[in-house]
Design a protein around this ligand. Structure first.
Ligand code: BG6
Length: 439
């Protein structure tokens, strides 16, 4: 049973809260897994009502909800919040934990953290949940880490990377730790290359302004793709559910990834209709990126790890494709860990086509989560449950964040003076984007 909780959501009217957080809370409620005692406070700059953020489909969340108006510039507003939290807490049977969930623009994160700290809202019963981007480069990430550490201890901070909590991502550790067939061939001796692809059908939607200071490298590669890479490359864990060990191994795998040494080779592109969504007609913010990494881990020497992500592509798809080495052409060599949609695992096999002729055919041995387990929980459900329970293994530590920025910093440095950006047709496939960039 989860402990009594007051969850305070800064930025409750934003895109992330609407798309992920509130639906996840509703689903946890429906599963009967919310804490017995729970209060949720939606914080917003302007006066809003609960009905502005929750509708009839909110699975009965309304009874837990209230809203408060806070101007983050104004320290007095945080004192009002502290009073409200005090008076709410007295109504609980035991002292509740207080979780501050920050989904605010990157520039506002430090300020909110400072204000919380100065209002004394950083005691032992307080947790801080932070949304990415964690900085915009290595230097700003280091600054964020330093600032947060003035008020909160590392074990009070939960940095969300919801891709770590996706079912298939969680299963990578289990898959490699418990299936000897794969565990024994998981190295440069048998694997030729790894592609990690996250294609999205949606564009930047209502995030035009934010995207100008982010782009796909900061939004997706620094977090989601590097974490998927770390999970794929890390040393298998003895106890696959020891999440602390998983986190330690992830960090070690990230630490082995070399900072990009040929930033000029990174392909960046923008979907054609981007400029109509963006504020700046000269914008060079990328909506597609493809880059290759290498690891210094002796287990992975000379194995290229290709990361590709883009928006406004033909389909939504996140996959880890592992290509095994072939000894001759007529061999099948592909293992796919399908993160979403249709979560599952597929292994290409060569078989003899039945019949008098002797022909080969490539078929797929596949396992689909949906067929066995029905509907899967969304990653944000796990994120919220783990944070409430105090389980930190699926969150990114400050070291992981800094290590991943270190890997990508050469690209950001190179882009200061050289950023060649291609354009691609809305609805292209990743392959088509890469081909048009190569023309
Ligand atoms: C977010 C990114 O972290 O993940 C978005 O900021 C992206 O740009 C989203 O659309 C994708 O998440 P999911 O779970 O829908 O694949």
């Amino acid at each position: 049973m989860l402990p009594a909780t007051i969850l305070v959501i800064f930025g409750v009217t934003g895109d992330l809260s609407r798309r992920y957080l509130l639906p996840a809370l509703g689903a946890i409620k429906q599963a009967g897994r919310l804490p017995d005692e729970l209060r949720v406070i939606g914080v917003s700059r302007r006066q809003i009502e609960t009905s502005d953020i929750l509708n009839d489909n909110s699975n009965g969340l309304v009874e837990h909800f209230e809203t408060i108006r806070i101007d983050t510039e104004n320290p007095a507003d945080f004192r009002v919040l502290a009073q409200r939290l005090d008076s709410l807490s007295t109504g609980f049977k035991s002292q509740p934990q207080i979780i501050f969930y920050l989904t605010v623009p990157p520039a506002a994160v430090n300020l909110v953290i400072q204000r919380l700290g100065s209002a004394g809202l950083n005691g032992q019963n307080v947790k801080l949940m932070l949304e990415k981007p964690f900085g915009t480069d290595y230097g700003s990430a280091q600054q964020l880490v330093n600032e947060a550490s003035k008020y909160f201890k590392e074990d009070q901070i939960y940095r969300i990377d919801h891709y770590l909590a996706k079912e298939v991502a969680q299963n990578i550790t289990v898959f490699l730790g418990t299936n000897t067939l794969f565990r024994n061939v998981w190295s440069k001796d048998f694997i030729e290359k790894i592609d990690i692809i996250a294609a999205e059908k949606i564009g930047i939607e209502s995030r035009g302004e934010l995207w100008e200071s982010t782009g796909s490298l900061r939004d997706f590669v620094q977090s989601h793709l590097l974490q998927l890479a770390a999970l794929t490359l890390m040393e298998p864990c003895q106890d696959v559910f020891d999440l602390e060990q998983v986190a330690t191994h992830r960090l070690k795998a990230l630490g082995f990834l070399k900072p990009v040494d040929e930033p000029g080779e990174v392909v960046v592109a923008q979907y054609q209709s981007y400029l109509s969504d963006a504020r700046d007609p000269q914008s060079k913010s990328e909506t597609f990126i493809s880059l290759t990494l290498h690891s210094d881990d002796p287990r992975w020497q000379n194995v290229p790890i290709n990361l590709i992500t883009g928006k406004k592509l033909d389909d939504k798809l996140t996959e880890i494709r592992v290509y095994f080495k072939k000894s001759h052409d007529l061999q099948s060599n592909l293992l796919v860990l399908r993160v979403q949609p249709n979560e599952g695992i597929e292994l290409d096999l060569c078989v003899k086509q039945p019949g008098y002729e002797r022909n080969l055919q490539q078929l797929s041995l596949s396992f689909a989560y949906g067929q066995h387990f029905g509907k899967l929980p969304e990653a944000y459900e796990q994120v919220l449950v783990d944070a409430m329970a105090g389980t930190q293994g699926l969150f990114a530590s400050s070291e992981e964040v800094l290590t991943s920025w270190k890997i990508l910093q050469p690209i950001l440095d190179y882009w200061q003076t050289n950023k060649k950006i291609f354009s691609y047709k809305d609805g292209s496939t990743p392959q088509e984007v890469l081909e048009s960039a190569g023309d």
